[in-house]
Design a protein around this ligand. Sequence first.
Ligand code: ADP
Length: 857
Amino acid sequence: MGEPTHQDHRHLVTQLETERARLEAILQQLPLAVVIAEAPDGRLIMGNQQVEAIFRHPYHAASNVDGYREYRGLRPDGTMMEPHEWPLARALSSGEVIVAEEVDILRGDGTRGTIRLNAAPIHERDGTIQTAVVVFEDITEQRRNERALEFLIEASEILAKSLDYETTLESVAGLIVPRLADWCVVDIVDDAGAIRRLAMKHRDPDRMPLLQTLEYRYPHRQDSAYGPARVMRTGKAELHSDINPDSIERAALDAEHLLILRALDIRSYMCVPLVARERTVGAISFTFSDSGRRYTEDDLKLAEELGRRVAIAVDNAHLFRAEQNSRALAEEAGRRITLLANISRVLASSLDYDVTLEQIAELAIPELADACIVDIVEADGRMYRPAVAHSDPEQELLLRQLSNDASPTIDDDSPHHRAIRSGQPLLVPRITEEMVRASVPEHALDRMMSAGYQSALILPLVRHGTVLGALSFASYDPGRYTAETLPYMRDVAERAAIAIENARLFRDSQIAEARYRSLFEHAADAILVADVEGRYLDANPAAVKLVGYSRDEILGMRVGELVTHGPAWTDDEYARYVEDGYWHGELALRRKDGTEVPVEATATIARLRDGAVYLSVVRDITERRAAERMQRDFMTMVTHDLKSPLTSIKGFAQLMQRREAYSKTAVDSIVGQTSHLERLINDMLDAARLEAGQAELRHGRVDLVTLGRTVLDYCQALTQDHHLRFESTQPQIIGWWDQDRLAQVIQNLLSNAIKYSTDGDILLHIDVRQASGMREAVVSVSDQGMGIPVDALPRIFERFYRHESAERGHQGLGLGLYISRSLIEAHGGRITVESNPTRGSTFRFTLPLGEHGNVSR
Ligand code: ADP
């Protein structure tokens, strides 16, 4: 070949340009970005259109390496790359071949991207570097996906690590910041439906307090129009890539809120719900501030994916916790039931009052309390503290000392006493100093405060509306007693109350039993107790003495073996006794030595729960019988031996009166005295008959008015000093009575009136009145005499009773009123007396009348 011609040169140039255009066309068409730089300055001589597409800004044909600054690259730590650090520059300057280097870039539209570069120098024949080429591709998407995956894997690992989601969420927040946010918060809906901020994290630790203040001062409002509350409400994520500072201003609730929001510098924000099993359990909020990053749809997708994983973890933790809780609850319930059963069993096993109270206090420790006090209110309102218990013996001693100074009454104003008085439990979930101050005496305050009780519960022990006392529990655990535990504790208290009531009843019955035992043992009367079959169950010492058998011998006997069946104790009578449950009468007992002892017996039937018991109180009436016999003998003697001679004396005296041969005064005196003697003897005879139950009434038709007038006239003839008057509103009062006996009573009352008054009017009043639905006749005799002293009133109807004032100068045996009362009572009436020493006495008796004035025949 020769020297190239001009023609050849032109041809060559054309060919070169064609080639270059072809090359450029090829480079432009390449899917990869290509940039070619020229040595030595690094001027960019070519870049294809992919460069613009990747960097999202116009191709900048830098004239030297320094111009590479336009292409903003980031070092792995996020700081800006210097121009000479670019692979192209390095390939040019040092001939380095760079393979697959990744660099983050800030693109023209402000977003970040990642590119992977390959760069190589092109050498001259002499080995000098002429140009360098860099080829790179956008791997942003690929990288993001990889990072997201890594992120999710890491998050999943953290979430799987523990079921304690509070700490797990902290770690998740740590993962999110700084990778996915400058700061983030995690909110969870708790079991009660309240939103709780469980984790928050700021890239800048100095700004953490801002987040805390935000949470504390501006808690969630359920109706919030943006942010976690709304996301949780709707279950839909929120994305605000670019936040306008104005909108922050609008969202601020007040000046301080605005300050905080400004300091937090929220530029881009997203919030995703935590949804598991179609339930929103919370939300995570992501914020970019001054790092300049913006959230994209891709970020939101990643965040949502994270949200799903977190939600599942939270849900699992919830489930696990619920399961654990229910197991714990079941175990707790089991323990409580066992404890209750224990309490019931132990308490039922003892009826000893003091032991029961001690046991109640001890059973409570440590299951129910660290300290337990039992207070008892006695029936008279006094209070005492029979039992205290504490897990620590030293503290127990302190409690005991305090108990000694405890107020003996429940009327003071301490919370403790108020609770007892009201019968309402007092729940103190948190003990305050004031409470301790109000409850313990000054000198014990320090020790009590240092004891450090945190919570307390006072449960009054109530049975049938009566406060028996109180159980007080105290615990070192602040939340020991709550509204939830209250029903159970009440159950415990109720059982304790029942036990105390039982023990108290038992104690009272023992006291009563002891009391009755001593009555029984020391009674002067013999007491015999028999069962339904008549077997003796008990006999007191007086009974043993009376019958001469030992107690053991009596207990082996039956009623029939001791009682001789006399007229007073017939089968009929026994049947009546069993029916009435009461029998009173006289009978005889057979002694061990075979003799009989007359007794007056009062028998009752006590119907007890375990069968009836026959109880007889027996009094030896041997002496009374003897006295009565003597009296009767005397009466018979008086009546027969005195009355017959007297009758003849009187007969002769009357004969002498008629003959008129003797001194009239002497004979009158004999007749008067004998009449008087005769009256006395008749009285005694009457009394004796009434006593013996031999006085029988002879009923007949009687007009009480006429009878009264007749007796009055008769008595008026006996006195000149008195004026006897008769009063009645009735023309006649007809009844079915013993006329002679009624005349005897009226005469008796009138002659007493004469006898015990020196002069004045004596009024006999006879009338009819209505008394409690029944008609009755009322007869009264009033005098203006000496009256009867109050102390004598109850006794004047007794046999042989005479008041001492009557003893002076008034003859009498003290039988008249006794006989009168017996006769009136035999007629079904009653006799009473009213007396006043200045106004005399009024004796009044009643006689029942039939409905229409006549007693039916
Ligand atoms: P006597 O009259 O025989 O003593 P009574 O049985 O009739 O016996 O009376 C008992 C006692 O009651 C009398 O001793 C007397 O003390 C008192 N007494 C009865 N009637 C009157 C009266 N009208 N005024 C005052 N005292 C009376």
